[in-house]
Design a protein around this ligand. Structure first.
Ligand code: M6R
Length: 599
């Protein structure tokens, strides 16, 4: 996620800004930049990749200035390159801005500015803010910022500087922003960690507040221009605690970020019961869909198969990218090949995509990292908007991949003239709240994890849409706790794996109520009859399964299509707590990399 740091004071401005950016690195980013107000005017440096690249461009010590702003960018509009990196300046180089958030009326504002003769050079939504402020700057700099913000719909955490002004303006709506108070110096940041090396005195801006920050003081107003009294907080957290927002690990933080990730993924895509995706697909010539992916993304692909076939009547195949690429696959111009990848850099998935393109198939990507190699190679795409996922075990990326696949299925259904079912649309809206209910179970699941922490093997079973969830649960456990785990369709047990069941083999059932509930109950009886210990994820209203086992995780009900998301969360917690109890650093499990860029 993007990060902001601003500084006004006597220290070497570029060192403070670069130091602050380094503190924000943990949030994930793909490019960075800074602007300093120097005697020569506004001086800007930008670089793609690590802060070290930016540092090289800035050079050591020769850049003198009074104040500056800097940014780490996690691309949402436009690929990661120097033009799209922040800060953005107006054409005259008078105003520089750094912005976190999304401007929802970006296209309308861009048209408005273009008609007025302003030249927009980047693909970002943020750049227009600089032009608007420059346009309105006619005396008072803070007023020009406030006027520009009046026109903006969407979210912003914003810091602005102007060539002639010895102040930084900061404003917030929806994207966090703080002021760091020093002696004869002031800081602005999107995240306390960026300023904690210098001060522990922090003022948190609220939505629709604008701060005027000068070397010796600050004032905060609301967007109507009224003064606001702000409380100063003394920060006691360590830097490490802050980067993980107080969570012990990134994985845990990312599990808890899932409601927000769902909101971001749905934003602007469901309106008045309709699905809005900008995809150029000719359904008349579409014969088949093939989804290729690896690991967790392959599991979401399996769920996608159910969702797409049910809603579109188009046959869907799912393949491991590593198999697809080498088996001379039978795909052609009448096939749509969907590639799913969190990182957008997975070597097998990229190679599968190239193979599909070479055979003339249409290609669509479901990718989290904007501007990644796969995102650039596909013909069309749906970005996931999970935000950066730092823990090696994929959690929130899985959740939003399933949402994207459901949106795609409903969109294609709509293109065929059929309305999406109302209950699904309603349930999508309440999904973040339902996930929050599951998040409250973390402590209960830890108790279960304690009971099973020493087991050597575990089987995960589910049916229908919950079969891929069983696979995902098993993958989560094995990759971070090093316990051997297998996922199976529950009915397959009797064709072999049931021979493994005894008192030392726990079996995790995903047993929420859908069309196969009665069958799952029979599968549970089979396990119980053989002495196996059952753990079950059940709907909170369910009374029957509680009679078969005490190892119960209760979850709320939503439409069947969304239950895989609800059911995956307890699995993530279970794997996390087992790994933590074993003392494993699950953010960096042995032998694994976050993005697998080799074969
Ligand atoms: O970035 P991708 O989605 O392409 O990554 C695919 C797999 O490498 C990834 O999902 C992996 O299985 C995760 N460690 C699972 O938690």
């Amino acid at each position: 996620m993007c990060g902001i740091i601003g500084y006004i004071g006597p220290r070497d401005v570029s060192s403070v800004l670069l130091g602050g950016l380094k503190r924000l690195e943990y949030r994930g980013y793909d490019s960075a930049g800074l602007t300093i107000k120097s005697p020569e005017g506004l001086v800007t440096f930008k670089a793609v990749g690590k802060i070290a690249e930016l540092e090289k461009k800035v050079g050591g010590g020769n850049l003198k200035g009074d104040l500056g702003i800097a940014h780490t960018r996690w691309a949402t509009h436009g690929e990661p390159n120097e033009i799209n990196a922040h800060p953005h300046l107006d054409a005259k180089g008078e105003v520089a801005i750094v912005h976190n958030g999304i401007i929802e009326n970006y296209y309308a504002l861009k048209d408005f500015l273009t008609k007025e003769g302003f030249k927009i050079v980047s693909d970002t939504d943020s750049e227009i803010i600089a032009h608007l402020i420059q346009k309105f700057h006619n005396g008072s700099f803070p007023e020009a910022v406030a006027k520009a913000l009046e026109l903006i719909e969407g979210t912003f955490g914003l810091a602005v500087i102007q060539r002639e002004e010895n102040k930084i303006i900061a404003a917030r709506r929806g994207s966090p922003l703080v002021l760091g108070l020093g002696e004869g110096e002031m800081f602005i940041a999107s995240d306390v960690s960026a300023v904690l090396d210098y001060t522990k005195k922090i003022v948190y801006l609220n939505d629709d507040e604008l701060a005027i920050v000068e070397r010796d003081g600050y004032s905060v107003k609301n967007l109507k221009g009224e003064e606001v009294n702000k409380k100063v907080y003394e920060i006691k957290w360590t830097l490490d605690q802050i980067e993980k927002k107080g969570f012990k690990h990134f994985m845990l933080k990312e599990i808890f970020e899932q409601p927000e990730a769902v909101i971001n993924t749905l934003r602007g895509r469901v309106k008045e019961g309709k699905i809005k995706l900008s995809l150029d697909l000719d359904l008349n010539s579409l014969r088949r869909i093939v989804i290729v992916a690896c690991g967790t993304s392959w599991h979401s692909a399996l769920i996608g198969k159910y969702l797409l076939e049910k809603n579109t009547d188009i046959p869907v195949e799912v393949d491991y990218a590593s198999e697809f690429r080498y088996r001379d696959p039978l795909v052609n111009k009448n096939d749509l090949v969907i590639v799913i990848s969190q990182s957008g850099e997975t070597a097998d998935t990229l190679a599968a995509l190239k193979e599909a393109k070479a055979k003339g198939a249409k290609t669509l990507g479901i990718i989290n990292v904007v501007g990644s190699t796969i995102a650039r190679e596909v013909e069309m795409g749906i970005y996931s908007h999970a935000g950066p996922e730092i823990g090696v075990a994929s959690t929130k990326a899985f959740t939003v991949q399933v949402i994207d696949l459901l949106l795609l299925a409903l969109f294609l259904r709509q293109e065929k003239g059929l309305k999406p079912e109302k209950t699904i649309i309603n349930d999508l809206e309440v999904l973040p709240e339902k996930i929050k209910e599951v998040l409250k179970q973390s402590d209960n699941i830890r108790k279960l994890a304690k009971k099973f922490v020493n087991c050597k093997n575990i089987i995960y079973l589910g049916r229908g849409l919950n079969f891929p969830v069983a696979l995902e649960g098993a993958l989560k456990l094995k990759e971070i706790s090093y316990i051997h785990a297998e996922g199976y369709p529950a009915a397959e047990m009797k064709h072999g794996p049931i021979a493994l069941v005894d008192k030392n083999m726990p079996v995790m059932f995903i047993a929420t109520q859908d069309g196969t509930y009665e069958k799952i109950l029979s599968n549970m009886e089979e396990i119980k009859a053989r002495g196996g210990e059952i753990i079950a994820i059940i709907n909170k209203e369910d009374k029957r399964i509680s009679r078969l086992t005490d190892n119960i995780i209760k979850v709320p009900s939503v439409s069947n299509e969304l239950m895989p998301i609800i059911n995956a969360v307890p699995m993530q917690f279970f794997a996390y707590h087992v790994a933590d109890l074993k003392g494993i650093d699950m953010d960096k499990p042995r032998n694994l990399a976050k993005s697998v860029t080799v074969e």
